[in-house]
Write a protein that binds this ligand. Structure first.
Ligand code: FAD
Length: 516
């Protein structure tokens, strides 16, 4: 498949749009697209950016990029391709902010929709008892944050990084440190407007077209293009108390995390990291956090150790400082971290939520943002997390990866089981995210080595039958996808034949192939 990476020429790649008497030729297709009456426009040249993503390992050049200005631009384009039937192999990939890892928002010689250029609806914040905001599917979460804050409100559930689109994260789940309480972002949506693979524009919610609504949420872009979403809001705090502590004992770390996510009166955000053999760790923290006990902290040595960092946040408003200090202190008293490693910081709510953007700017400045990212995200059942940690952190990963390793539990009871998202079969499971950057071709941190390591971890999980599921899943065969979905495959495949029977949408996920 990768062999077909090419620049636009009038010759077609051998496995695409193979000429038969009834097959529209490349020129037919281009002129049919050009003949559409649109509010926006197509670009047929200089589309290399649409063949790239954050993962930076897959590149498929599209035939055209649609820059839609209206929902009808999207629906008429999809309808045109649908009406061509299976004589055309043209597919359509909605592209949010292009932060996919393995070409999921790309299409080989198909049409990419640049969702960020979709205008409207103008972000509309509705205050009242159940506040919400109506946004375009191509809207970035960072813009939603700024707009809703003007009304003292904000979405409840986030991702760690906000320069992602609504349509992009709702196609997976949208998981961060608030998910233990509110569920992922797909649990915090009231209504969607969707363009199906037949080009129909449909509104859906839990009471209207619920099958489409739940199918699209976590649906990997397979059933429709999200053009609008109604996101649930809550009153936004002004400030955040942001806390980090370290553990050397995995059991104490996971026990404390599980204790915290089980309580309603806990922190507002709970995550964690695994840190293997990192020199000067606490010194680095000092740029953003203050040690509670500077003397003791300066004597702590992280060299050669595997450490577990519990990261917590408590939201507050300036007039609540004293009460929040007391609550935080009493919550911390229940925990079993290494006392000298308590670090605290107070930042605005925006600074806290947009924290990864600060790292992005630093990495960009050093040319380290546009490198390959062989990331792997796993959902591990609570009952197997010790076994998993022993093997993965005690054996497979002997050294730190080049990037963070996130590890935190969430409550499945907060997850809506009707969505397309697949999770392990237990009430609590951990998100384990190995967020490697392949910064050089050296043996230690090169792409091949990281991919091999990821493969070893996946093979171990399968061999030990841990019941692990991939998050932001990536498979190459339909057999693997069937195994991923397990008993839910039947519904997934049924929904595909109802809403996108020709398999036009999101070909980069490699679940269904057009014309088969
Ligand atoms: P794209 O990469 O553009 O698209 C992703 C998929 O969704 C593609 O298949 C695409 O065709 C489809 N799609 C895009 N828009 C639409 C639409 N409107 N309708 C239907 N389908 C659509 N995820 C988390 O859950 N939690 C995190 O904390 C988190 N942190 C991240 C941090 C960074 C730095 C990065 C790069 C990614 C992170 N992610 C996280 C993963 C992220 O949620 C996904 O990569 C997401 O797909 C990115 O959104 P995007 O807008 O760039 O989507």
């Amino acid at each position: 498949f990768m062999g077909c990476i090419s620049h636009r020429t009038t010759n077609l790649c051998s496995n695409q749009l193979i000429a038969t008497p009834t097959t529209p030729t490349h020129l037919d297709v281009t002129s049919a697209l050009e003949a559409l009456s649109l509010d926006g426009y197509f670009s047929f040249n200089n589309n290399n950016h649409a063949a790239k993503d954050f993962g930076n390992t897959y590149q498929f050049l599209p035939l055209a990029v649609l820059h839609p200005k209206s929902v009808s631009d999207i629906s008429s384009m999809v309808k045109l391709i649908f009406d061509m039937g299976s004589t055309s192999e043209l597919t359509v990939a909605a592209r949010g902010h292009g932060h996919s890892l393995q070409g999921q928002a790309q299409t080989h010689r198909g049409v990419v929709i640049n969702m960020e250029s979709l205008m409207g609806p103008q972000m509309q914040v509705h205050t009242g008892e159940q506040p919400f905001v109506d946004v375009s599917g191509g809207e970035l979460w960072i813009n939603i944050l700024h707009e809703t804050l003007k009304h003292g409100l904000a979405p409840k559930s986030w991702t760690d990084y906000l320069h992602l689109t609504v349509g992009g994260t709702l196609s997976y789940a949208g998981i961060s440190g608030q998910a233990f309480r509110h569920g992922p972002q797909i649990n915090n949506v009231y209504q969607l407007q969707v363009v199906t693979g037949k080009g129909e524009v449909r509104m859906c919610s839990k009471s209207k077209n619920p099958d489409l609504f739940y199918g699209v949420l976590g649906g990997l872009g397979q059933f429709g293009i999200i053009t609008q979403a109604r996101i649930s809001l809550e009153p936004a705090p002004k400030m955040v108390k942001w806390i980090r502590v370290l553990y050397s004992d995995f059991s104490a770390f996971s026990k404390d995390q599980e204790y915290l996510i089980a309580s309603e009166n806990s922190f507002d955000y709970i995550e964690g990291f695994v840190i293997i053999n990192r020199t000067g760790l606490l010194n680095n923290w000092r740029s953003s956090f203050n040690p509670k006990d500077p003397m003791q902290a300066s004597q702590f040595d992280s060299d050669g150790k595997t450490l577990y960092c519990l990261e917590m946040a408590k939201y507050f408003n300036p007039d609540e400082t004293n009460v929040i200090d007391q609550i935080t202190e009493s919550l911390l008293l229940e925990l079993h971290y290494i006392p000298s490693t308590l670090f605290l910081s107070e930042v605005s709510y925006v600074q806290f939520l947009d924290r990864v953007h600060v790292s992005e700017l630093k990495l960009r400045a050093n040319g380290l943002w546009d490198v390959p990212h062989p990331w792997m995200n796993l959902l591990v059942p609570k009952s197997k997390i010790h076994e998993f940690a022993d093997e993965v952190f005690g054996n497979i990963l002997r050294d730190n990866i080049n990037g963070p390793i996130l590890m935190y539990p969430v409550n499945k009871t907060k997850w809506n089981n009707n969505t397309s998202m697949v999770t392990p079969d237990e009430d609590v499971f951990y998100l384990v995210a190995l967020l490697s950057s392949a910064v050089s071709s050296k043996a230690t941190d090169g792409l091949e080595r990281i991919l091999k390591q990821n493969k070893r971890i996946l093979e171990y999980c399968a061999r030990a039958d841990l019941g692990v599921k991939q998050y932001l899943p990536h498979y190459k065969t339909q057999g693997d996808w069937r195994a991923h979905f397990g008993p839910r495959w039947k519904v997934f495949a049924q929904r595909k034949s109802s809403y996108d029977p020709l398999a036009i949408l999101a070909p980069g996920q490699r679940i269904f192939e057009k014309g088969r």
